[in-house]
Design a protein around this ligand. Structure first.
Ligand SMILES: N[C@@H](CCC(=O)N[C@@H](CS)C(=O)NCC(=O)O)C(=O)O
Length: 225
């Protein structure tokens, strides 16, 4: 679990925003692997991700960023791969090559073909240049397309979780995206029975529960992004 404010040179530091789905992926991984970390909030609404201090950690100005001693990594996928190699307990990747590839593919459906299309800069651009009423339909169309693909992609491999009966990397990308789809973008999840079933299964796991946006120290349920 995260501990806020404690200074400990050896402790992992996670720069995170409570509602960031990319940060949530890493929070779940840290919880699954039983790694303690210091939670350092970066308020995206206040533009803290563009501060000169944060840009030293991630020149792109996105959360999450992880600091492990001298090592600084940003991008959730890179962070998860790093954690997987350095802290092999509770593996996030199956040893079966086909399943491993499926995990990479499902993770990238979310991280390349859904989430970037709903990022703050994109939504601001659509709101200002196209029109405020176009924001939700835009996001929904990309979530629907990605989720429809995931339903097909995972139909033969899913067990209790996305690629079998163990939680693996695909699950860490899928759950935060489902939460955003439901809570922020009003997506009709009845179209996606497999993803809805997975969402139910995740809601029972403490590692997923503790990583939920509302359980973070910087949670501010009244704010909108
Ligand atoms: N590929 C990156 C994407 C990071 C990213 O887009 N982070 C979002 C939050 S989920 C962000 O910082 N957005 C700020 C903005 O759009 O200005 C990752 O997986 O970490």
């Amino acid at each position: 679990m995260a501990e806020s404010g404690e200074s400990n040179k050896n402790k992992l530091k996670l720069y995170s925003y409570w509602r960031s789905s990319c940060s949530q992926r890493v929070r779940i991984a840290l919880n699954l692997k039983g790694l303690e970390y210091e939670y350092i909030p970066v308020n995206l609404l206040k533009g803290e991700h563009f501060s000169s201090d944060f840009l030293k950690l991630n020149p792109l100005g996105y959360v999450p960023a992880l600091v492990d001693g001298e090592i600084v990594i940003s991008d959730s996928f890179a962070i998860l791969m790093y954690l997987e190699e350095k802290y092999p307990q509770h593996p996030l990747l199956p040893s079966d090559l086909q399943k491993k590839a499926l995990n990479y593919q499902a993770a990238n459906v979310v991280s390349s073909s859904i989430q970037p299309l709903q990022n703050m800069a994109v939504l601001k651009y659509i709101k200002e240049k196209v029109g405020p009423d176009e924001v939700i339909p835009w996001v929904q169309s990309h979530i629907n397309k990605g989720f429809a693909a995931l339903e097909k992609l995972l139909k033969d491999s899913a067990g209790k979780y996305a690629t079998g009966n163990e939680v693996s990397m695909a699950d860490l990308f899928i759950e935060p995206q489902i939460l955003g789809a439901i809570k922020r973008f009003n997506v009709d999840m009845t179209q996606f029975p497999l993803l809805s079933r997975l969402h139910e299964a995740y809601s029972e796991l403490p590692a997923f529960q503790n990583a939920m946006p509302e359980n973070q120290p910087d949670a501010s349920p009244s704010s909108v992004t």
